[in-house]
Design a protein around this ligand. Structure first.
Ligand SMILES: Cc1cc2nc3c(=O)[nH]c(=O)nc-3n(C[C@H](O)[C@H](O)[C@H](O)COP(=O)(O)OP(=O)(O)OC[C@H]3O[C@@H](n4cnc5c(N)ncnc54)[C@H](O)[C@@H]3O)c2cc1C
Length: 408
């Protein structure tokens, strides 16, 4: 480890490794630090990600693909089921990863691109000069270090401190965080072609249960409920209820707990000499809690902007705004729309969810048009359609922009 780099990335999750890889590939001197001794372990994830999106950033490798699915099945409380093809099921459906291997592969790619990777190295604070971030304070094997850099990237996940140290408000209220519990189960009968989601107030208040196949009769069976509910009920107790009913003979071989930010966009993700990416920047989806792909995508942008900033010898927040502008243009509206959906959908009663489930049950959501979906929702619940008007307006705008691009 040297005492100076162009860029220091804190946290070797998908966001950090991708940022480090992109910056190192362009010739920057990059240090990627990870507080744990093993990258990717322990896993705190259901490991679902969209294939098509992911393939744009990393060559698929059977070593980190546990299963491939065709789409998702969403179950209403009374069992009504809506099937969605992979194309429209969102950023979490396609591959079920083996993240212990996947995260390590991303870090290896960063190392191969020229980044120095240090495990068992924890950032404990920032070096500040005249309001600019100038590096980090770190601990490695009981030794303390001050390491300087032109740019620090905070990719330190949901529990991020880097942003706060730089004066960025990343506070999460209980309602802004999804509390999750998950078993890796074996010896269970599962539909290996689909990721399953179960919604309803009784089984998962303000959240949902997921069953993601992992191959060999195994699956990640988990629950996420928003933090303001977890004072009243425990996620693990609700998960145990579900598992006992659904997989009475199943065996649990791993148990994890974790949190995901579901707050939507925060006010800013850059400061002088600093950028935040991934969960640290609260870029995960407020409805699904999915953040793997968003982290990789934003990490790539952060890496490119770091290269540009160093080239122009300008690491001010004003210059780094390029990162903020680009990620908000690509993802900001999706996150905002998702937040509206979360606030409305999560409050539907079980009866409303059943009505919705039945009205969508027969529709082929692989090929449904916006009008078809609107019509089905309209038939199901006129008030719901009114409440969701802002989202559909957003979808319509996106569709119109896309058709203009295609036609021009
Ligand atoms: C139970 C659960 C299920 C989920 N399921 C899915 C899913 O199916 N699909 C999906 O897309 N997303 C899912 N997510 C969300 C997904 O895991 C995250 O969005 C994603 O990991 C974010 O990547 P990241 O790189 O920003 O952060 P992380 O993957 O959290 O990586 C941050 C890294 O920073 C390190 N770090 C933290 N502080 C420091 C420090 N001070 N110094 C050095 N290193 C530090 C951490 O050890 C960690 O390795 C799930 C989350 C949970 C909790």
């Amino acid at each position: 480890m040297k005492d100076r780099y162009d860029v220091i990335v804190v946290g070797a999750g998908p966001a950090g490794s991708m940022t480090a890889k992109t910056a190192a590939n362009a010739g920057l001197d990059v240090l990627l630090i990870e507080k744990r001794q093993q990258i990717g372990d322990p896993v705190r994830c259901a490991e679902g990600v969209n294939k098509k999106y992911l393939k744009e950033y990393i060559q698929p490798d059977p070593a980190w693909i546990s299963a491939e699915v065709k789409g998702s099945k969403i179950y209403a409380p009374d069992g009504a089921m809506v099937e969605m093809s992979e194309e429209i099921a969102g950023a979490e459906v396609g591959y079920v990863l083996e993240r212990k291997v996947f995260d390590r592969a991303l870090a290896r790619d960063a190392a191969l691109a020229g980044a120095e990777v240090m495990v068992k190295t924890r950032a404990t604070g920032l070096l500040m000069e005249d309001g600019f971030v100038k590096g980090i304070k770190a601990e490695h094997m009981d030794e303390k270090y001050n390491i300087r850099a032109d740019i620090v990237v905070g990719a330190d996940g949901v529990e991020s401190k880097v942003g706060r140290w730089a004066g960025i408000d990343t506070t999460l209220k209980p309602k802004d965080i999804c509390t999750c519990a998950q078993y890796l189960m074996t010896d269970i009968e599962i539909d290996t072609d689909f990721c399953e989601f179960y919604v309803g107030h009784k089984i998962a208040p303000l959240g949902y249960i997921w069953v993601f196949p992992k191959g060999n009769n195994m699956a990640n069976v988990g629950i996420g409920i928003t933090g303001n509910m977890s004072g009243e009920v425990r996620a693990k107790d609700l998960l145990d209820d579900f598992v006992q009913k659904r997989y009475p003979g199943g065996k649990v071989i791993e148990f994890i707990v974790g949190g995901v930010p579901v707050c939507g966009t925060i006010e800013r993700t850059v400061a002088d000499g600093l950028m935040l990416v991934g969960d640290a920047a609260r870029q995960s989806d407020p409805v699904t809690g999915g953040g793997i792909f968003n982290s990789i995508w934003a990490g790539d942008i952060a890496g490119k902007v770091a290269v540009n900033a160093i080239k122009h010898s300008d690491v001010s927040a004003l210059f780094l705004q390029e990162y903020e502008t680009k990620w908000r243009a690509g993802l900001g509206r999706d996150l905002d729309m998702s937040l509206v959906v979360k606030e409305r959908f999560m409050r539907l009663t079980d009866d409303e969810l059943n009505t919705l489930g039945h009205s969508l049950e027969g529709i082929d959501l692989g090929s449904v048009t916006l009008i078809g979906l609107l019509w089905a929702l309209f038939k199901a619940n006129k008030k719901l359609l009114w409440d969701l008007r802002s989202i559909f307006k957003g979808i319509k705008e996106i569709e119109m922009e896309a058709s203009v691009e295609v036609n021009s």
